[in-house]
Design a protein around this ligand. Structure first.
Ligand code: UDP
Length: 270
């Protein structure tokens, strides 16, 4: 495979991005709920070329026992990238980056969940990145929140997430991989749409205070739009599924769930 070449520009003279999007335009997003037979809840997301599957289990008995929390369920999130999900084969061993992303996803989702209703149990979320083209942590949150809803975990609201950033001095929404790599910076964020509470806010690159505020405003609007898509996906799933069939696309390859060991576990920040 030929090495990736840095593009001459990220915003064309016409003001469009590499994939032809306007600066404030999101990639096409396709959300599906109930894509795995074995999971208590599941969802997939295609956001541009980024493709992710999330599976939720629980509340269930927690192993190992020493992780038990007496006043709430433990939310255990495992984010993993398939070896074939990126242009250079990703090493199969869990990386520092995957551990960090597992932790920030858990922290982004936790405020939406009534974990205190299930003390001494675990709610597991396994996230598998099938294809990565930027924005995987945000897309993972969008899918994971739906998987948790599908599993019937009581929640205040769904959690939508998007990255905003800057390329060639222009504020852009929902960064693709090249924008992520070669742009001036990005700010992944997630919100609770019912209260506008921010549950994820990271920053890579430098922004002026004004740019950051403007970027966050755009991110907020984009999250609200994604929230509508999430609700539509849930309605589609529950409108078309009978309660006892377990749901699911029969043709999904269950093997994608394998290899999610305990070593890359994240979930509690204490
Ligand atoms: N990426 C990659 N190889 C890796 C990790 C990441 O090619 O081992 C790419 C992938 O497309 C990812 C992007 O770099 O989406 C940006 O990664 P980052 O850590 O910023 O997380 P993300 O934006 O996906 O949440």
């Amino acid at each position: 495979m030929s090495p990736e070449v840095k593009p001459d520009f990220l915003i064309s003279p016409e003001g469009l991005r590499l994939d032809g999007r306007r600066p404030d335009e999101l990639r096409p997003i396709e959300l599906k709920v109930g894509v795995l037979k074995q999971a208590d809840g599941s969802a997939s997301i295609k956001q541009g070329k980024t493709y992710i599957i999330a599976a939720a289990y629980g509340p269930r008995e927690l192993h190992p026992k020493h992780l038990t929390l007496n006043d709430r369920a433990y939310l255990r999130v495992v984010y993993r990238m398939a070896t074939f999900s990126v242009p250079d084969r990703k090493r199969p061993a869990p990386s520092r980056r995957e551990r960090e992303i597992s932790m920030v996803i858990a922290n982004a989702l936790k405020p939406s969940l009534f974990l205190e209703e299930f003390p001494r149990t675990v709610v597991d979320v396994f996230i598998q990145v099938i294809q990565a083209d930027g924005g995987t942590r945000c897309a993972a949150i969008n899918a994971a929140s739906l998987a948790l809803a599908d599993a019937g975990i009581p929640m205040r609201c769904l959690v939508p997430s998007v990255a905003v950033g800057k390329a060639d001095g222009v504020l852009i929404v929902d960064l693709g991989d090249e924008e992520d790599k070669y742009g001036e910076g990005d700010v992944p964020m997630a919100i609770l749409p019912t209260t506008n509470d921010i549950t994820l806010l990271q920053q890579d690159g430098s922004f002026t205070r004004e740019d950051l505020m403007e970027a966050m405003q755009s991110g907020l609007q984009a999250c609200k739009y994604i929230h509508e898509l999430q609700k539509d996906a849930l309605k589609r799933a529950f409108g078309s599924r009978s309660p006892d069939d377990g749901g699911g696309d029969d043709d999904f390859d269950d093997d994608l769930e394998t290899d999610l060991g305990e070593s890359e576990i994240a979930g509690e920040d204490e």
